[in-house]
Design a protein around this ligand. Structure first.
Ligand code: KG4
Ligand code: ZN
Length: 335
């Protein structure tokens, strides 16, 4: 079964054709990053307008004349205007082709990215670790589609914390890769930083406190965001390293603890922060096998959307695709 996937939740316009949930025939991603960089973050209205310009050529490039058996689209979570472009384009295709339309949760698709990369190696129940720009969560995966939420962030997402810390250190958007690069030149032990803990909830995350501590370390006690940096180059790199170590160490420790407590037999990671090499090093210390998405499935893409649609297409009758609405805050369905 060939499925066309469409992704437009944030600042990537993407389309892909995937066979039977696993075999990627095409995976086209057009990033708008350069367009948003001058603003230090994604501007929703600009993103929506750019999706509108890109969606048709990107879908054409993914299809290359192929016909497909179904259309899948990221229905949420994401930016409303951006979601509307992908969803309406997908509805038009499904209507014209008389094919089913499957609405997919973008965060769930990030977890599926590791599953479609290693279909034979996943051992259930698995612990899903989502670390993206918009989401940070620990999820027990009993099977594709059957989840239990173990922990989530109570404030900033992991990638968001990297982006905000990058901005404080004068680095461009998106900040994750920039912080990682700078951290390589720093010593994480010269400055003491700790990720936040949530009282009575050992698997929840809090990154807003550590971000404030970075602000004070970089610009002085009680400084505000736009004050000048007080650090020399080495101290700036040390601060980046200390932040990275504290944030990623916290994610690893909580994931490891959750895998034990909830008797998970493998750990699956997903979301943009999985690009970080230090995160990979830390997870080498895990007590169960750790599975990462292939390189082209790490950042936002449509192959993971088309991939996840396959198991749903096999589960029985689908809801009416033409009635799907964008869901900016779409929750994972927990069972
Ligand atoms: O999954 P993703 O492409 O988009 C969302 O669904 O949010 O993740 C993007 C996030 C950004 O916040 C970016 O800074 C972060 O992933 N990121 C990284 C790295 N590369 C990307 N964070 C830390 N280290 C990296 N190397
Ligand atoms: Zn994403």
């Amino acid at each position: 079964m060939l499925i066309l996937g469409i992704e437009s939740t944030c600042d990537e316009t993407a389309a892909a054709v995937v066979e039977d949930g696993i075999l990627i025939h095409s995976n086209v991603v057009s990033s708008q990053m350069d367009l948003h960089r001058p603003f230090g973050g994604v501007v929703p209205e600009i993103a929506a307008r750019r999706h509108l310009e890109l969606i048709e050529p990107v879908v054409d490039a993914a299809l290359q004349g192929r016909s497909v058996d179904a259309v899948a689209v990221a229905q949420g979570p994401g930016l409303l205007g951006a979601l509307l472009v992908g969803l309406n384009f997908a509805k038009g295709l499904a209507l014209g082709w008389k094919k089913p339309l499957i609405g997919i949760n973008h965060v769930e698709a990030h977890l599926y990215a590791a599953i479609m990369t290693h279909p034979e190696e996943v051992r259930y129940p698995a612990l899903g670790v989502v670390v993206s720009g918009g989401h940070t969560a620990l999820v027990k995966i009993n099977a594709v589609g059957t989840y239990q939420l173990i922990g989530a962030t109570v404030d900033d997402a992991a990638g968001e914390a990297f982006d905000k810390v990058a901005a404080l250190l004068g680095l461009p958007y998106p900040g994750g890769p920039e912080v990682e690069k700078l951290a390589k030149q720093g010593d994480p032990n010269r400055i003491s930083l700790k990720a936040g803990q949530v009282k009575g909830r050992p698997f929840d995350f809090s990154f807003s406190g550590i971000k404030t501590n970075v602000l004070y370390a970089a610009k002085g006690q009680s400084a505000s965001r736009n004050d000048p940096l007080l650090l020399n180059a080495q101290a700036r790199a040390d601060l980046a390293a200390a932040f990275q170590e504290a944030a990623l160490g916290d994610i690893f420790r909580k994931a490891q603890l959750a895998a034990k407590e909830f008797e998970c037999h493998s750990i699956l990671l997903g979301g943009g922060v999985t690009q970080n090499q230090r995160l990979r090093e830390l997870f080498q210390g895990a007590s169960v096998p750790v599975l990462w998405p292939s390189r082209d499935l790490l950042l936002d893409n449509a192959a993971m959307i088309a991939g996840l649609a396959y198991p749903y297409s096999q589960k029985g009758p689908l809801p009416d695709g033409l009635a799907l609405l964008p869901q900016p805050r779409m929750p994972l369905r927990f069972k």
